[in-house]
Each structure stands twice: as structure tokens, then as C-alpha cells.
Ligand binder design. Structure first.
Ligand code: ZN
Length: 511
């Protein structure tokens, strides 16, 4: 980069170059956490915590460099820049990120990074032994650090603390509004779940019990990811205990899934889910706007809408199984010849309250999220103590889902989020389900013959639509605005409830 020409020393160019450098550094922490989930030996955790803490501090230092503030202010006064809508959006988000970053003391950034890296390992061991008391002191520290973080962002008490953290995952979202949407959703889900239970029908679940060698499933899942459009030259699919997608940076998006011999539909669902995240990452304009908000996801809710759309709207549709069954029969097991599309559809859409969020169906899933949303708000506000958390969890599972939690491993210890310091993150999952359904309804009116395409294993028009309407915009629009632009309406629970009722009718009858 030359410093001698006038244009390259514009404050805006210097600002962008500093963002690019901070992002290269940040991408290294992304790689380190991918490695921690897939490869890292247990005894490497201490060093990893040091590495992550040091890098996080370096990223933070670059983000909060006073020169960044100066370049930013100068750019905001440059009308040539602000009259360009895309650049104005970029500046709006750079300002937001900068304001948030400077509010955090470097020592807190470092302590959070170090503590959460160690806490993930502590959580993993506690979960294996179902030993909540072993994890409790870690959670105590994380809640305390998260509260300090929220206070730095301007939170004071109750939901204002929670909102300050949620802002980091879902810009612009407020818990009071989320609660309204969730309450509406809960009221409409309950009769659907009850109707499924009372219908007396129970889908044939041979699909979920067939034994298929894992090597075959590995090849098959890679084929499916590529078929929906995931670029394997710009990404990978590996195995981890908890499936995830890590958008490390331009040209490098990593997915993981997990396999069980008698659980090929679950591995497939995870691959489609993470694949949906991966397609979004690969579709963001990262080459054009390196390290800039214009190349970032709009929000985690929008990110999740992309994963749920492929996992559920596509992957649990009859059309998808019309394509998949003959292919799977060739690649996995001939036993699949005995399963009809209707049976596969029913097996993929069974509704059954269970203990584990990530294994739950589309109807009960959101109840798992609402439970976490309420409990973490109480933890942060100080209304619920860590010691009382397991019992509060179990009581809610009993009330909301009618299931008894036999041990903390299948209860309060099941999710990695809190150990990673992700408080305020859970609601984005349900927001994602709602965005996905609302987008799906728009897609249904805009792409003619989509079902027929999916039944032939053709996904390019769908992907093209998502690229055009969602991916290419990055963070130009906030999630709510993006939703209005795409669907002509603000986010609501109604499209999701309509989608679900229509989907379940062939399996359980009319509620
Ligand atoms: Zn996801």
C-alpha cells in the first residue's frame, strides 16, 4: 500500500486498512477456536487460553486505537462518502463497533478470553461426569465477568444488562420486544404440540435406527454439502462433538458435523444446518470489503435463519426426500428402498418433547430456547443463584415440556454457550427460526417450481435467491430492516406457526 498518492492516505482508506489488519488477526483466533473444538489435546488448553487471550488483546488494541476514532470522525464528515448509501451503512456500523470496543477495559477483554477458554474445557469434563458443582465456580466467574461487560456497555439493572450483551449478537434487538414475539409464539405452539401428542400417531422411525457405517456417512455428507452449493475449495467439513460452522475468513469456511452409526438423519440435519451457515459465510462479500461491516453477517438471528432454512424448510421437506432417498439408497444402504417418501417425511417431522435442545423437533425446539432466555436473564439480573440453577432448569423442563431431567448432563450442562461466555445468544436461535419461515414464505411466491427443483436435487435457484436477497448485503441493513425489505413486513411469529401447522398436518392431522 502506497502512502505517496493522495487517495490512499484519505482517512477512510486508513480506517479500512486498520480494520482489515484487525480482521486478519481476529481470523487467527477463529482458527484457534476451530482447532480447540476439533484437534486440540486436552493438556493444550492452558496454552490455548494464553494464546487466545493474547490475540484478543491485540485485536482489541487495534480496534480501540485512538487513530481509528480520528479517521472515523473525519470520514463521517466527508460528504462524498456519506452520500453513498453503502459507505454510510459501513460507517454507521464501524462507529457502533468502535463505541462498544472503547467501552471495554483491556484487562476485562483479556480476562474474558482466558476464563472462557478454560471454562469450556472445565464444562466439557463436568458434562461428561454430569458434575454441575465442578462447573459452578466457572459459571459464577463468567456471569460476574459478563455483568461487568454489560455494565461497561451501559447496562444498569435487570433487562438493560441483558440487552447490552444481546446487542453483541443481534444488533438492535431488545429483550422486551423479543419477549412479546416469544409469548405470541409460545401460545400458538402449545396446541400444535398437544395435538401431535393426542393424535395417537407415531411415525415409523426405521430411518432413525438403521445402522450405517460411519465412513459411508462421511462421504455422503460431503456430497450433500457440495450439492447444496457449499464450495469445498473454500471450506471443509470435519467431525466434532458439537457441530458448528466457523467463518474464518475469505476462502476459508469450516463446517463440522457428528456421526452415529444409527443416526444418519441427525448427521445429515447437522450438515445441512452448518452448511446453511457456511453458504451464508461464503456468500458474504468478504473479498470486496475485507474486515468491514459490509462483509459481516447482519446478525446471528439472520445467520441462524440461513442454517434453519436448509436444515428444516429444505431438509425436512417431502421434495428433498424424493431426491435424497434413491441417492442415499445407493450410497448408504439398500435398506432405504423399503422407506417411502411419506414415511421419511413423517420420520423427519415427528414432534416429541425431549431433553436435548439440538435433537429436538421444530415445534418443541423454541420452548428450549425460551427456557434458556428466561434463566439467563435471571442469572444476569442476580434473581437466580448458580446453586439454584439446575433445579430451576429441571422445573421449567417439567412445566414447559413435560419431561423429567434425569441428570445435569442432559439438563443444565448440555450446551457449551454459557461456558464460552455467550450470555444473550440463545434468543437468536428462535429469531432465526422465525426469520427463516418468513423468508421461506416469500421464496415460495418468488421462485416458481421450487419443489420440483428440490425433488431433482437442484438447489441453485434457491441459493441464488439467498445470495441476492440476504448474503450479498452483509450488515448493510439491520436484521429487522432486511426482513421488511425482503418480506414487506416486520418479523412476526405468524409465518412460522402457519408453516409448522401445514407441515405437521400430513403427519398428525389437523390440530
Ligand atoms: Zn446454527
Amino acid at each position: 500500500m502506497s502512502d505517496t498518492t493522495g487517495s490512499s492516505t484519505r482517512p477512510y482508506d486508513q480506517l479500512l486498512e486498520s480494520l482489515r489488519q484487525a480482521d486478519v488477526l481476529r481470523s487467527v483466533t477463529g482458527l484457534l477456536s476451530w482447532d480447540q473444538e476439533t484437534m486440540l489435546p486436552r493438556r493444550g488448553t492452558e496454552l490455548r487460553a494464553e494464546q487466545v487471550a493474547m490475540l484478543s488483546s491485540m485485536v482489541h488494541e487495534r480496534q480501540t486505537n485512538p487513530r481509528v476514532g480520528e479517521w472515523l470522525s473525519a470520514s463521517e464528515e466527508d460528504e462524498e462518502l456519506t452520500s453513498d448509501a453503502a459507505i454510510a451503512a459501513n460507517l454507521r456500523e464501524i462507529r457502533r463497533n468502535y463505541e462498544r470496543a472503547v467501552l471495554l477495559p483491556p484487562a476485562l477483554v483479556r480476562e474474558l478470553a482466558q476464563t472462557t477458554t478454560l471454562a469450556v474445557q472445565a464444562w466439557r469434563e463436568a458434562r461428561e461426569r454430569s458434575d454441575f458443582p465442578a462447573f459452578a465456580p466457572w459459571l459464577e466467574r463468567i456471569v460476574r465477568l459478563s455483568r461487568s461487560q454489560a455494565e461497561c456497555y451501559g447496562g444498569t439493572t435487570g433487562d438493560s444488562l441483558y440487552d447490552a450483551l444481546m446487542e453483541g449478537f443481534e444488533p438492535g434487538a431488545r429483550s422486551a420486544e423479543v419477549r412479546v414475539v416469544f409469548d405470541e409464539l409460545r401460545g400458538q405452539l402449545t396446541p400444535l404440540i398437544r395435538a401431535a401428542a393426542e393424535s395417537g400417531r407415531r411415525p415409523d422411525d426405521r430411518l432413525h435406527t438403521m445402522r450405517i457405517p460411519i465412513e459411508r456417512q462421511v462421504r455422503f455428507n460431503a456430497m450433500v454439502a457440495a450439492q447444496i452449493g457449499f464450495d469445498m475449495d473454500a471450506g471443509r467439513l470435519d467431525t466434532s462433538t458439537h457441530p458448528f460452522c466457523s467463518g474464518i475468513g475469505y476462502g476459508d469456511t469450516r463446517l463440522t458435523t457428528r456421526y452415529r452409526e444409527d443416526g444418519f438423519p441427525d448427521a445429515l440435519s447437522s450438515t445441512l444446518h452448518e452448511g446453511g451457515h457456511g453458504l451464508y459465510e461464503q456468500g458474504l462479500p468478504k473479498a470486496a470489503y475485507p474486515g468491514q461491516p459490509l462483509s459481516e453477517d447482519a446478525s446471528l438471528g439472520i445467520h441462524e435463519s440461513q442454517s434453519r432454512l436448509w436444515e428444516n424448510m429444505v431438509g425436512r421437506s417431502a421434495a428433498f426426500w424424493e431426491w435424497l432417498l434413491p441417492v442415499a439408497s445407493r450410497e448408504l444402504t439398500r435398506e432405504l428402498d423399503t422407506v417411502s417418501v411419506e414415511e421419511a417425511y413423517a420420520a423427519m417431522n415427528r414432534v416429541e418433547p425431549g431433553l436435548i435442545r439440538v435433537e429436538s423437533d421444530e415445534a418443541t425446539y423454541n420452548l428450549h430456547i425460551m427456557l434458556r432466555f428466561d434463566l439467563e436473564r435471571s442469572l444476569l439480573a442476580g434473581d437466580l443463584s448458580i446453586a439454584d440453577l439446575p433445579e430451576a432448569w429441571n422445573a421449567r423442563m417439567r412445566e414447559d415440556l413435560g419431561v423429567e431431567v434425569p441428570d445435569d448432563r442432559r439438563g443444565v450442562l448440555q450446551d457449551v454457550h454459557w461456558s464460552s461466555g455467550l450470555i444473550g445468544y440463545f434468543p437468536t436461535y428462535t429469531l432465526g427460526n422465525l426469520y427463516a419461515a418468513q423468508f421461506w414464505a416469500a421464496i415460495g411466491t418468488e421462485i416458481r417450481g421450487l419443489d420440483e427443483q428440490v425433488a431433482r436435487g437442484e438447489f441453485s435457484m434457491l441459493l441464488e435467491w439467498l445470495r441476492e436477497n440476504v448474503h450479498r448485503h452483509g450488515r448493510r441493513y439491520r436484521a429487522g430492516e432486511l426482513c421488511e425489505r425482503i418480506t414487506g413486513a416486520p418479523l412476526s411469529a405468524a409465518p412460522f406457526v402457519r408453516y409448522l401447522a401445514a407441515k405437521l398436518e400430513p403427519v398428525y392431522g389437523r390440530p
